[in-house]
Design a protein around this ligand. Structure first.
Ligand SMILES: [Ca+2]
Ligand SMILES: [Ca+2]
Length: 153
């Protein structure tokens, strides 16, 4: 059995403009639903901001209001949380950016040697917890530290 050569047809725009063109296409296709910020490469609800609703993730920026407010506490002036753009489909666009947030638990990769210790340097941040509020969950958050010595009272 022979395998015929596959002819792959592609239409590729200029790499420098393909993302803005794609975003403009989304805006043109759904003008009543979304609007596009081409400079920041964001697609937003047409009626945004809506209190308690998630900001869309696009171009590597998470803009949910509760998580961003928590993130800003430790990252002065931040208006978004960087989202991973590297890795496979389960990582890119789904996790916080590894290069920016390294040991935060919701980055795409666990850091360090976790085989010999019960506590490692990875941590769950307040902004990850508060991202649940962006999704509409009730969140009660208070600062709590665990140093590897559980105390049960
Ligand atoms: Ca990255
Ligand atoms: Ca990590």
């Amino acid at each position: 059995m022979s395998v015929a050569a596959q002819v792959v047809k592609k239409f590729i725009n200029d790499p420098e403009t393909v993302v803005p063109e794609a975003l403009a296409g989304v805006a043109a296709a759904h003008p009543g639903l979304v609007r596009v910020d081409l400079e920041k490469q964001l697609v937003l609800r047409a009626d945004a901001p809506v209190a308690g609703k998630v900001g869309l993730v696009s171009g590597g920026q998470y803009t949910g209001q509760f998580a961003v407010a928590a993130y800003e506490e430790t990252h002065d002036g931040a208006t978004f949380i960087p989202v991973e753009q590297d890795g496979g489909s389960g990582t890119a666009g789904s996790h916080w950016d590894e290069q920016a947030l390294i040991n935060e638990l919701m980055t795409g990769y666990i850091n360090g040697d976790t085989s010999t210790t019960t506590v490692n340097d990875n941590y769950l941040s307040k902004f990850s917890v508060m991202s649940l509020a962006d999704l509409g969950y009730k969140v009660t958050y208070s600062d709590y530290a665990y140093d590897g010595t559980p105390t049960i009272t």
